[in-house]
Design a protein around this ligand. Sequence first.
Ligand SMILES: NC(=O)c1ccc[n+]([C@@H]2O[C@H](COP(=O)([O-])OP(=O)(O)OC[C@H]3O[C@@H](n4cnc5c(N)ncnc54)[C@H](O)[C@@H]3O)[C@@H](O)[C@H]2O)c1
Length: 317
Amino acid sequence: MARIFITGGGGFVGAAIAERLARRGDEVAAFDIVESPRLKELRAELPNLAFYPGELTEWSQLAEAMKDFDADAVIHCAAVVGVLNGASSRLWTMRVNVEGSLNVLSAMRLCDVKRMINLSSEEVYGAFTGDTIDETHGCFPVKTYGISKFATEQLARDFAEENEMEVIHIRTCWVYGPGLPRPRIPKTFIDAAVDGRSLHLDGGAAYRVDQVYIDDLTEGLVAALDHRTHKHDVYHITTGQAPSLGQMVDWIREIVPGADISISSGPYQVGPGVVAVRKGALDCSRARDAFGYQPKFTLRDGLEACVAARRRMQQDV
Ligand SMILES: NC(=O)c1ccc[n+]([C@@H]2O[C@H](COP(=O)([O-])OP(=O)(O)OC[C@H]3O[C@@H](n4cnc5c(N)ncnc54)[C@H](O)[C@@H]3O)[C@@H](O)[C@H]2O)c1
């Protein structure tokens, strides 16, 4: 039984990892600005899951929470997430993602916590130079979000070395699954298909990106947390595959016959006028060789699981 402090523990990834750790018997603290409905639901069921309200940029709130909880390790999920959020407030993104991460590291030093698993992103690479890339690919982030995530990695390397800490960076890509609390591909298409609504997206059919099902990500995170002799400080945890968004839409139409959803050719835009850089698949063999990470869900499997969850949700209301 370990004591794990999760920043952003109310978020999509944070709550999922909190649930997995608490269910196996770890003592878990979820630090977040507010208690999300998902976290509230989980805490009603799991007495070994605590909530610490706090703001990452407020050093004293963070330090007091970490001191009170007496953690063995930290999983750092809290962040301003995504290219559009990063662009809408560059300064705040830097404050939360960079200054906030330094606060977490400083609180760890204060409380003598030696290990952190840091959630990083494929955005640290900028444009991919091949269909599949591994962790040695150059990092030339082009958007505020990716710049903040790479700055965090580099600062953590410096900090960890000086303070004899271990920080493992997990670079994941688009994470999806039941319970994602915001509109985003593939959720938008799945919800429209199951609810019987039309949805057409202009551009992006040929865009290839690695999409990982939430259960695979949390399994990989736990394996990285449990592994004690890391040869590397950065690992990919995704699927190692990058089907096109057009293929993804075709699969949803197969799973939900009659779905009125489509995506046209042309560049994929993250938001109006923001053309996405080239992506692709993230090779996961380093994580497989080091701690046995093996994704169980192909994108098609994950889409089926999401459709089933959406149908169950509809029946419940
Ligand atoms: N979701 C993805 O597709 C994806 C892909 C790559 C990397 N990641 C990384 O995974 C991590 C978790 O992402 P997610 O999808 O769960 O995002 P999320 O937005 O669902 O969760 C982030 C959580 O952090 C909290 N938070 C934000 N600012 C905070 C602050 N100032 N103080 C305290 N808490 C704060 C939010 O309230 C939220 O609960 C992030 O570090 C993100 O960069 C996510």
